[in-house]
Design a protein around this ligand. Structure first.
Ligand code: XIL
Length: 332
């Protein structure tokens, strides 16, 4: 397959990318690559609570609407990321909610119903709750939401979203579950409990922010276990780094400051294997798709977030397809 044909044309399941809305619509070259390769799109941050509701009663739908317009125009699936995430809770919500838990419970319900209701039938699926477990191990993360509403906030968020759009595919999304078995088991236990209690959950999102040294065996094992739930499986935020960072995300550990051809080839293999594992392990009717988190090394969040050099994506700094791109393509 030639690279012009694009990833999406080689795939039987949706191929997505997350992107910053303003960056996308102001960069013709980026847009052309986005359109040729992807048929699913997610906002990196523009649809999080901090963007949607930065101040009380001040809903800001502009970027989400822009993305919806774009997705519709280019025949792409719009995926919603995310409804509840501790890292994107506006300050004003934290201040008010900590003083008044009754208000907070009502606020969460109204926010989700208003938001999901507004995009009913337009947003295909949602990451309803993001990262509710500790980075490592099987404990619930003691977030603002957990501390003020108890673990029931998670089930409730799914109930409210389902009421607002019964057709939307609802995901629980997290990282490290491809390699931390204790964490994966805790997530799967929650999923089983939800199923028993009739809580509407339809999918598990593996963020898949992985590293070159994440063992493929661990990824295969985790996908198999998660797929056994029968739920949709989304690789929701794929990127592959050479360097590392600690799990509390306090900064990068910069082992490599430049990238060699050999490293690029190894990364291509890793991308290819990931796609192949997804295709061979996850049953077809559970393949929600593979989404990469930004698709160029120029735009990737890794550099800024962990303050380190890296080359996590499938296009390079100059928007040229990397070996990783062709590895991905070969895996499809
Ligand atoms: C990241 C964005 O890419 C950054 O631009 C932002 O500064 C922080 O959030 N897990 C997630 C995503 O679920 O929402 C995060 O996105 C990356 C880690």
């Amino acid at each position: 397959t030639s690279s012009e044909a694009g990833l999406k044309n080689a795939s039987e399941f949706p191929i997505g990318t997350a992107i910053n809305v303003n960056k996308l619509i102001n960069d013709q070259a980026l847009m052309a690559l986005q359109i040729s390769n992807f048929n699913s799109i997610t906002a990196t941050s523009d649809m999080k609570m901090q963007s949607i509701l930065p101040a009380e009663n001040q809903f800001n739908w502009k970027k989400a609407d822009t993305l919806l317009y774009y997705a519709t125009k280019h025949n792409q699936r719009l995926f919603g990321h995310n409804l509840i995430w501790h890292s994107s809770t506006p300050k004003w919500v934290e201040e008010k909610g900590a003083k008044d838990n009754i208000w907070l419970g009502k606020f969460m319900k109204e926010y989700i119903q208003k938001y999901v209701g507004r995009y009913k039938g337009k947003v295909a699926g949602w990451d309803v709750v993001n990262e509710a477990f500790e980075s490592a191990g099987g404990e619930y993360r003691k977030t603002f939401w957990y501390n003020n509403l108890g673990k029931e906030y998670i089930a409730n968020a799914f109930r409210y979203a389902h009421e607002a759009d019964p057709d939307a595919v609802l995901f629980y999304n997290d990282f490290n579950i491809e390699r931390d078995t204790t964490k994966l088991n805790a997530v799967l236990k929650m999923v089983e409990d939800f199923k028993k209690e009739g809580v509407p959950i339809h999918g598990i999102g593996f963020q898949m922010h992985i590293r070159m040294d994440t063992p493929d065996e661990a990824i295969a094992y985790s996908l198999k276990k998660a797929a056994a739930t029968g739920l949709q499986i989304h690789l929701s935020e794929v990127d592959i780094i050479f360097n590392s960072h600690n799990d509390e995300r306090l900064g990068g550990i910069e082992k490599y400051t430049s990238v060699t051809d050999e490293m690029k080839q190894a990364q291509a293999e890793k991308y290819k294997n990931l796609v192949l594992m997804y295709r061979s392990i996850v049953p077809k009717n559970q393949q929600f798709g593979i989404t990469v988190w930004d698709f160029t090394d120029r735009d990737s969040w890794i550099k800024g977030f962990f303050n380190m050099k890296d080359w996590p994506t499938i296009y390079d700094e100059n928007l040229k397809p990397k070996p990783a791109y062709f590895g991905f393509l070969e895996g499809l």
